[in-house]
Write a protein that binds this ligand. Structure first.
Ligand code: DX5
Ligand code: ZN
Length: 217
């Protein structure tokens, strides 16, 4: 299980996105949080910013859509240059059709679960996905405290992935830091989103390196 570290630009300076993307050399992906002020009580960026960012960096973009009607919008993020697109199952009308459409357009398809959404009803969908995102905070804001109560869900999801022999990546997002990443890795996560722990550090590239070493230990 290869560890991947995805800095979240939600904690970066939005007026200097290209430089902030370059400040995390060594990151596997750049995590881009799209919020519409409906699915979550916060508003960030949309398709045109993703298009510009995709041109400005060689690091592949991992777009996390915290929006209503992802069935309509997610394919546009693939066209904008995202290499992975995550939609929330709570918002999707037809998650299987949407995952297939994202893959058909050439990106990795990923599905996210809010803290109160269980994994068990979606066991049969897992083969349709390239990644599953387990939120470890309520989506909407950076800098929140990690929810320890999500660790059993991470563990159960890893067991389901192994039971079906899938290559699915298991991502965690929210409150991931030097003090929580080991618990996430131990529970079976292999893709770690970190916003404030990376962009709040003096040297963001060093923070990526340190988180990777901790998760792999
Ligand atoms: C929250 C976003 C996260 C956020 C994480 O809704 O999905 O990606 O940037 O920020 P930290 O790592 O600071 O909790
Ligand atoms: Zn996110």
């Amino acid at each position: 299980m290869a560890v991947q570290i995805n800095p979240s630009i939600l904690s970066a300076d939005f007026a200097r996105l290209a430089e902030e993307a370059k400040a995390v050399q060594g990151a596997d992906w750049l995590h881009v949080d799209v919020m519409d002020n409906h699915f979550v009580p916060n508003l960030t960026l949309g398709v045109p910013v993703v298009e510009s960012l995709a041109r400005a960096t060689d690091t592949p973009l991992d777009c996390h859509l915290m929006i209503e009607d992802p069935d309509r919008w997610a394919p546009q993020y693939v066209e904008a240059g995202a290499s992975s697109v995550t939609f929330h199952v709570e918002a999707a009308a037809a998650p299987v059709r949407l995952a297939r459409e994202i893959r058909a357009k050439g990106a990795r398809a990923s599905m996210a679960l809010k803290p109160a959404t269980p994994i068990e009803p979606f066991e049969d969908l897992l083969p349709e996905l390239d990644m599953l995102l387990i939120m470890t905070v309520e989506p909407g804001f950076g800098g929140q405290a990690f929810l320890d109560i999500m660790l059993p869900k991470i563990r159960r999801t890893r067991e389901l992935i192994n039971k079906h022999g899938l290559q699915l990546w298991l991502q965690v997002d929210g409150g991931v830091s030097a003090s929580t990443i080991e618990r996430c890795a131990d529970a079976g996560a292999d893709v770690f989103v970190a916003g404030s722990a990376v962009y709040g550090a003096k040297d963001p590239a060093d923070a990526v390196h340190a988180l990777r070493a901790q998760a792999a230990a």
